[in-house]
Design a protein around this ligand. Structure first.
Ligand code: ADP
Ligand code: ZN
Length: 679
């Protein structure tokens, strides 16, 4: 495909496609049915936006959230693409403008919430206005198993059948079940061309820590990243409020978010988060799909997620712009107990519960990993990887020890007490702590009493946590969390298997390596100034800051310090429209002076024709008074020069026509030299 790349450069200002994007764009443009699974931040939007521009007619985009649609539409309008949304949040003027654009045959992308599809008139309308491609964002919303299920998504299949146009579905959700459901519901089980783009997000630093003092751990983590936008995920609503208050007390800008807040309050947090730099949102998992902010710099989990998929999705919200981002996940035995109980007490059928336990186990395996976390994470998604160098275990390898004897002692204690107790009591027995309860139950008479004195209590807690994490023991919901052994434990108890454990993992956040700076110290003040300019522009237009430019673009500006608009145009993320709109304003911040260029020249900035234009301008200035320097002054309009530069008009007669007789006489020969020399 030859046409996609120039669009990517001129409109979106990007040098090349990200891995996978190019092939998807080609397939969608060619009208194939496509299912693309790409990690968050992989750049899904471009995969339907560019085909929409390359194809005739209108592309309808089904997207689950109004806020998300509005942001995308604004971002498209910023780069000069004719896009609109029909949503319940539109003003009458907005709706009228969308219809005008449709009637004028100018609209290329029409965003729509799935609810609209409930009306049969919608299908007719879409047919009438010439929709010839359906793009489905967040396609996993069609899956009833997922937590994002949207019943109206089920209508999309019928829409596709009715319009008989190709459909491209996009999601970041990895698991097989969801993929199968998407294919069944959206494509009538006819397998589409599928693209599975690797799951690695190499810019996201992975780290886990055993819960010690979770509030302090989170505060320390946030402190080291002050001023950066971040999310803290919590297991309960009450906790979000408490932690947000604690963060504010330590001088952060922070607010809480959960599903029990009223919709207006929630929307306010979403908008603030999108617009403000450096806001921290402390939230339950309800804070998720509505956020489309590419420059979230960190995600911390104050409580463990419910599965490895959820974990991956939640941390994946960080660093979508590709710049470094950091994560920290805290976990402890109480998390494991809580998650197991939730699964066991849930209403799902037995096979589903078993699958949920397995997904939780995969996450616990990641938490208790002994080597590179990214390898473990990617292995779950079926990918091989080298050691990543960007996770806590690569940074600081853990000490391990042969835990077989310790685990066997613990298992014996469980067995001798008939699988009736939780870890606290079991540890008392192992360490020979004759509490009242121990005496009452006469557990001090057991052979295992005091058999584990070689480890202090915290060490035993870490051993029990790892045993739970490795699924050797599970809390029994019917016995108030008493620990029961699983199959794999029996092999260890019998001495058929050995087990390697981590030495304690309780390590404070303080001892983690210092924060990676986004930018070196020297450029930091400039970055702040650029961000301030961005904020002012964003506020004036009431759009999120990243709609003007993402962090990554500002970072590149601060590092490369473009001198003029031509340099500016070479910064990734600066397309033609944005250069025209904002280039001069940001350049002024960088160079400290206002640079004005004729608009006709500005349009050429960063392209080959700009150099030609400049050369023509020079020649013209030299010949202003003719070769002899005594003639009446004469010059060409900027528009004409731009046209000549752009068309590279190097045959004499066309050039003469463009210039007109008088100017041709003075400039044509010299211009031709320039144009032919540039050939
Ligand atoms: P997704 O929907 O897959 O999470 P987006 O489409 O929102 O991701 O893209 C994430 C970010 O990456 C956006 O800021 C986008 O502008 C940027 N991006 C996408 N494609 C490219 C590319 N080819 N080069 C540079 N940046 C890109
Ligand atoms: Zn690693």
């Amino acid at each position: 495909m030859t046409t996609a790349l120039p669009l990517l450069r001129d409109i979106f200002g990007y040098e090349g496609f990200r891995p996978g994007q190019g092939e998807i764009v080609d397939a969608v443009t060619a009208g194939e049915n496509v299912l693309a699974i790409m990690p968050t931040g992989g750049g899904k939007s471009l995969c339907f936006q560019i085909p929409a521009l390359l194809r005739d007619g209108i592309t309808v985009v089904i997207s689950p959230l109004i806020a998300l649609m509005r942001d995308q539409v604004r971002a498209l309008q910023q780069v000069g693409v004719n896009a609109g949304a029909l949503t319940s949040a539109n003003t009458d003027e907005e709706t009228a403008a969308v219809w005008d654009a449709i009637e004028a045959g100018e609209l290329k992308l029409l965003y729509m919430a799935p609810e609209r599809l409930a009306s049969t008139a919608t299908t007719e309308t879409l047919r009438r206005i010439g929709v010839n491609l359906i793009a489905v964002d967040e396609a996993h919303c069609v899956s009833q198993w997922g937590h994002d299920f949207r019943p109206d998504y089920l209508r999309i299949g019928a829409l596709r059948r009715a319009l008989n146009v190709p459909l491209a579905a996009f999601t970041a959700t990895a698991d097989q079940e969801t993929q199968a459901e998407i294919i069944e519901k959206l494509f009538d089980a006819e397998t589409p061309r599928s693209f599975l783009r690797g799951f690695d997000r190499p810019n996201i630093h992975l780290a886990f820590a055993a819960k010690d003092n979770p509030r302090r751990q989170i505060l320390e983590f946030a402190q080291a990243r002050k001023g950066q936008s971040g999310i803290v995920y919590c297991g309960s609503r009450a906790k979000t409020e408490g932690l947000a208050a604690a963060l504010r007390d330590s001088g952060h800008s922070a607010c809480h978010y959960h599903a029990a807040m009223d919709p207006d309050e929630r929307r306010l947090v979403e908008t603030r988060f999108a617009r403000e730099d450096g806001l921290i949102v402390v939230a339950t998992v309800a804070f998720g799909m509505g956020i489309d902010k590419p420059d979230i710099r960190w995600v911390a989990h104050a409580d463990l997620s419910k599965s490895i998929e959820s974990y991956y999705q939640e941390i994946g919200r960080a660093g979508r712009d590709g710049a470094p981002a950091e994560t920290l996940t805290l976990y402890g035995p109480e998390d494991i107990r809580l998650r197991r109980t939730q699964i066991d007490e849930g209403l799902a059928p037995a096979d589903r519960r078993a699958a949920d336990h397995a997904r939780l186990n995969a996450l616990l395996g990641l938490a208790e990993a002994l080597k590179c976390r990214r390898q473990v994470l990617l292995a779950y998604f079926g990918e091989d990887a080298e050691e990543c160098g960007n996770c806590d275990l690569c940074n600081t390898p853990v000490d391990t020890f042969d835990g077989t004897t310790a685990v066997r002692k613990a298992l014996s204690a469980i067995l001798r007490t008939e699988e009736f107790y939780g870890s606290g009591h079991l540890i008392d027995i192992l360490t020979g702590n004759a509490t009242n309860r121990v005496k009452e139950k006469r557990h001090d008479d057991l052979s295992v009493f005091g058999c584990g004195k070689e480890y202090p209590k915290p060490q035993w807690q870490a051993i029990f946590r790892q045993m739970m994490g490795r699924d050797l023991v599970r809390p029994d919901p019917e016995r108030h969390g008493a620990l029961r052994m699983t199959e794999p434990a029996i092999a260890i108890l019998r001495g058929e298997n050995s087990i390697l454990l981590r030495k304690d993992t309780i390590r404070s956040a303080q001892r983690r390596p210092a924060v990676k700076m986004l930018i070196n110290e020297e450029d930091a003040p400039l970055l702040s100034a650029l961000k301030a300019k961005r904020r002012a522009l964003a506020e004036a237009q009431k759009v999120p800051a990243y709609v003007i430019f993402p962090d990554r673009t500002l970072i590149e500006m601060a590092e490369k310090r473009p001198n003029d608009l031509d340099d500016m145009a070479r910064i990734s993320g600066v397309g033609a429209k944005k250069l025209e709109r904002y280039g001069a304003a940001f350049l002024e911040v960088i160079t400290g002076e206002a640079k004005t260029l004729h608009p006709a020249r500005r349009k050429l900035a960063g392209r080959g024709s700009a150099e030609l234009y400049d050369a023509l301008l020079e020649v013209q200035a030299r010949l202003q008074h003719g070769e002899c320097g005594t003639l009446k002054p004469l010059s060409c309009s900027a528009a004409i020069l731009a046209k000549i530069a752009q068309l590279r008009t190097d045959d004499e007669s066309s050039l003469n026509r463009l210039l007109g007789e008088r100017r041709a006489e003075r400039f044509a020969r010299a211009f031709l030299d320039v144009l032919r020399g540039a050939g």
